[in-house]
Design a protein. Sequence first.
Length: 468
Amino acid sequence: MRTIIEPFRIKSVEPIKMTTREERLVYLENAHYNLFSLDSENVLIDLLTDSGTSSMSANQWAAIMKGDESYAGSPSFHRFEKAVQHLMPFSHIIPTHQGRAAEKILFSAIGGPGKYILNNTHFDTTHANIEYSGAIGVDLVIEEGKNPQSEHPFKGNMDIEKLEAFIKEKGAENIPLCMITITNNSGGGQPVSMDNIKQTKYICMKYGIPLFIDACRFAENAYFIKMREPGFENQSIESIVQEIFSYADGCTMSAKKDALVNIGGWLAMNNDDWALTCRNLLILTEGFPTYGGLAGRDLDAIATGLEEVVHEDYLHYRIISTQYLGDHLTKAGIPIMRPVGGHAVYIDARAMLPHIQPLQYPGQSLACEMYLHAGIRACEIGTVMFGLQADGVTELPASMDLVRLAIPRRVYTQSHIDYVIEALVEINENKNSLKGMKINWQPKQLRHFSARFSHIDSDEIRKKTIID
């Protein structure tokens, strides 16, 4: 059979509030054209993020009833710890309420002024937590990863030559940690090959630098390895995952992605001294080390989610259904990040809207139009998210201007995705009418969450052209 069906049945449904274009215009204006500021009840199809938006399974809901809420030593923690260590065999498993809490604790412990944290591509909160400690985050993805049209099968790979050159230039003593993000979210949800993970580990060992993995979408990355990397086609997803983490010294994890839950995360490592420091910070900010800011029922739901996420039927459906959206957009002439990633389709807004300059935020303009036209909420990943430099004043165009359509796990049916396709085809037909945008107010960090926007009118564009 060529038709791919969802490997589950729907047992409970949530109604969607239908809205008109006129209503959405009011909602958008009241949100100052920032899609994070919209009330979710006024969104028809919410593709803002896949983080914490999954539907949990019947077995996960059943596991919640087993949750033990003891402050210390809960059996829920031990079930959680066992499930994590089965896939990621690190000595210390430290639960947190979500991934960014793990980042905050880790970089508070090992970061600081004069230090560098290397990655294929840091995501927004990772980069912000590094900078908050006083350290500098450095992205070293391969050149193909910066080209939306490249068909490289592992565009999330670390550039090994640049990695070693940077270490030699800055000194290993100034680099407390190297990371690999799987899959590479900021770079279009692109996977990292097993060979690249091994090469990165070799360089890190050569210079005595620990290697950590930002593991949010580890199962999706493992599926891509099975499908695309020679030698892994007959291996189970579980064994591929275990091999990935055998090359790492620790990881940060948002369970809100590939653990299929709505809240939770963890920090894992083998270093005893780091673990002691991190657990003390955990107690100050999150909670006791056997619950880490989570209810016991959440820990049990995570344990069950980790069993389910490595099922190949689920991952096949997950990757193919995302590819369905990407392939239809490509056929319609809408430029996207190729090949299609695991958790999202990334529209190349800079290529789709060449009449809008990067510093006029083509991604934000497209994302706003998607909501206005069809009630679809998406996320800009481009100059709005990454253009503001560490000084909080200087602004530079990001390497790409993308709009991420992140697909929540086990939430939307094919008809929902067909609606998204139809909407984007209609927008593409009238794309030349879209205007650039400007920021009227912004904070000095993580501005994309709360900045206020408006469209640039024709007179402003004309004046800017004359000045330039």
